[in-house]
Design a protein around this ligand. Structure first.
Ligand code: SAM
Length: 228
């Protein structure tokens, strides 16, 4: 898979991306970080300008973004703009994106990007939550992490990702490790029993119970799905 990130803060993205799961994805993911400033025109390489109609804040200009995307050469499967008013980043969306060959992530800044970029270039808009951050870099990095860890061979144990929260609509089961008894706190007996069927049943029960209690919205969707 190839991922291109377009940003006004390339150093920041490059520094953080090296600390994410991407470092384990060598040979499976090709990641390129593009400095929008390098595609800007004029002496000052300006990437932002005042909004038409007035108002506070600057807007990212369209030219550097168009030029940068055109310079990529091929047509990406998705050009994703990170935006608070986009579709929520969910595990289902991460699964979908992990099957793509080439995705582009565009990080906004200030008031966002000139709307013509969204109309003419962007194929999908993704939000990481109902709050506003100052830039799209962290949201882009969240997408990269959520997607890359699903690519076969990136995680040491592929089964681990399949058992994560949200993967099948339920929250994950609690995990314990040794010692079995610690300061009077005990690991549930069934997990030490060696009986794989009983362990699987226990985990399923606990996952359902936690989903019912913590995320009634997910629980309703899960029940509706298993009933059909
Ligand atoms: N004016 C925009 C609005 O009201 O929706 C907010 C702009 S925000 C200050 C600057 C940039 O941060 C956005 O262009 C976007 O790329 C990114 N951003 C902020 N919050 C985000 C979120 N919840 N999800 C995804 N991207 C976000």
């Amino acid at each position: 898979m190839r991922i291109d990130i377009l940003t006004a803060l390339p150093d920041y993205v490059e520094r953080v991306v090296g600390l994410t799961v991407v470092r384990r994805a060598k040979g499976k993911v090709e990641l390129h970080v593009h400095d929008l400033g390098a595609y800007a025109e004029g002496h000052y390489k300006q990437i932002d300008d005042y909004p038409y109609g007035g108002g506070a804040g600057m807007v990212l200009k369209p030219e550097p973004i168009f030029t940068c995307i055109e310079a990529l050469g091929d047509t990406p499967d998705e050009i994703i703009y990170l935006s608070p008013d986009g579709e929520p980043l969910t595990q289902a969306l991460a699964n979908t994106l992990s099957l793509k060959k080439h995705i582009v992530l565009l990080a906004g800044h200030y008031k966002g990007v000139d709307h013509r970029v969204r109309e003419a270039l962007v194929t999908r808009e993704v939000s990481v939550g109902d709050y506003v951050l100052s830039g799209g870099e962290l949201p882009a990095l969240l997408v990269v992490d959520a997607v890359v860890r699903l690519i076969p061979g990136v995680l040491g144990d592929a089964q681990s990702a399949l058992e994560d929260s949200f993967q099948d609509g339920l929250l994950g089961a609690p995990a314990y490790t040794r010692p079995a008894s610690f300061r009077g706190l005990e690991v549930p007996e069934v997990l030490c029993s060696g009986n794989h069927n009983s362990i699987a049943e226990w985990r399923e029960e606990v996952r359902q119970q936690r989903t019912r209690e913590r995320r009634p919205d997910l629980w309703q969707q899960y029940v509706a799905r298993v009933q059909t």
